[in-house]
Write a protein that binds this ligand. Structure first.
Ligand SMILES: [Zn+2]
Ligand SMILES: [Zn+2]
Length: 316
């Protein structure tokens, strides 16, 4: 049976500074009623309200790096969550010195009484691998190539077991109980009449989990491709167009063409470009940039604030 889509909502799409139409970096992912946030630029909590992002099951915020346009929304959001009588912990994940920053904002000018635990999981530069494992999904990280340590993330659902064909099991005379459990575990069973039933006859193939890669801020890098391998969706910073390729190199950002190349080389199903320099506010420049990206990845989408993307299971 098809699962409900994972909903990804891009809350802010501007690089470095906001514009009238664009807020700073933040993206939410909603899966089975659980909300996960990636980055928290200034103004994120307003955008969350505007987008009616649920906060009932909101346990994790993954921070890519500690530039202000990705973290200055944390103090306000934490403060509002505190007023909201929240009791369960909030897990913050990101590169060092995330803990120092959180300690500062929660202790200045005097210690704030926060009614829930803030658990900061910070990582040394260059850290790679699995960082967070929940019962149904994982987040892995690889270092990106930016002016300060930056972590790229891959959110991925765990594989689902294959579907059990109950009608066929009935027809074959497989009794209810431990025999069916054994088949689901991948073991063969022998019926009373001596017939051997292999699990492949009744249990469908395991179903792959959906994967979403989040890469910002970064120059074009191999790790972004590794993180995005066969992903259902890639969100990748696209700060500049071709004309600022040199600037992108100096400031360790990507052009949209480079970001689209990551999507293409990794075999991503969808690619959403985001984190645009404020100079691309004007429609003319913005459209030119979109065209450059489409030369590499024809189906790319240019993100706008509050854009919603639904990620469905792949048709097998
Ligand atoms: Zn940025
Ligand atoms: Zn940055």
């Amino acid at each position: 049976m098809a699962r409900p889509p994972i909903e990804v909502i891009v809350l802010g799409t501007s690089s470095a500074a906001p514009t009238v139409r664009r807020g700073l970096s933040a993206t939410t992912l909603i899966r089975e009623g659980e909300t996960i946030l990636f980055d928290c630029g200034e103004g994120t909590q307003f955008r969350m309200l505007e987008a009616e992002i649920p906060r009932r099951k909101f346990h994790h915020i993954f921070i890519s790096h500690l530039h202000g346009d990705h973290v200055f929304g944390l103090p306000g959001l934490i403060s509002s969550l505190n007023l909201g009588q929240r009791e369960y912990p909030l897990h913050l994940w990101g590169p060092r010195p995330l803990k120092k920053y959180i300690d500062f904002v929660t202790n200045w000018p005097r210690p704030t009484r926060i009614g829930f635990d803030i658990e900061v999981h910070e990582f040394a530069p260059g850290h790679e691998g699995l960082i967070c494992e929940a019962p149904e999904w994982t987040v892995t990280s690889l270092p990106l190539d930016h002016t300060i340590p930056a972590m790229g993330y891959r959110f991925e659902e765990k594989e689902l077991p294959g579907v059990f064909d109950g009608a066929k099991a009935d027809a074959l005379g497989v009794p209810f109980g431990p025999e069916r459990k054994r088949l689901l575990r991948g073991e063969s069973i022998t019926l009373d009449d001596g017939a051997v039933i292999d699990p492949e006859a009744l249990v469908g193939a395991t179903r792959r989990g959906r994967a979403i890669a989040y890469c910002t801020d970064t120059a074009f890098c191999e790790n972004a491709i590794r993180l995005t391998r066969d992903a259902d969706l890639l969100l990748h910073e696209s700060t500049y167009g071709d004309e600022f390729e040199e600037m992108a190199k100096d400031r360790k950002h990507s052009t949209i063409r480079q970001a689209a190349t990551v999507a293409k080389e990794a075999g991503a199903r969808h690619f959403v470009a985001t984190h645009f320099s404020t100079r691309y506010e004007f429609p003319k420049l913005f459209r030119a940039m979109e065209k450059e990206g489409r030369e590499v990845f024809p189906d790319l989408q240019m993100a706008h604030d509050l854009m919603r993307i639904e990620v469905y299971d792949r048709e097998e």
